[in-house]
Design a protein. Structure first.
Length: 66
């Protein structure tokens, strides 16, 4: 679902925690009333979780190499 065009950029910044407190409070108020934007934000957060799982550094130590 697409968000309200007015809030799309703010939602992206919000999902990365790159938005100021005042704008965050304003956006949270909007999210409490807008299913479209909540759905969009949930999608952004799910993509971020998938990416972070895929690109977590894997540390493999072989004891014989020590």
């Amino acid at each position: 679902m697409n968000p309200c065009p007015r809030y799309e950029k703010a939602l992206i910044l919000y999902s990365y925690q790159e938005i100021g407190r005042r704008k965050s409070v304003f956006l949270q108020r909007h999210l409490s009333e807008c299913e479209r934007c909540r759905s969009y934000l949930n999608g952004l957060e799910e993509v971020a979780r998938i990416i972070s799982r895929q690109y977590q550094p894997q540390l493999h130590l072989d004891i014989e190499d020590l």
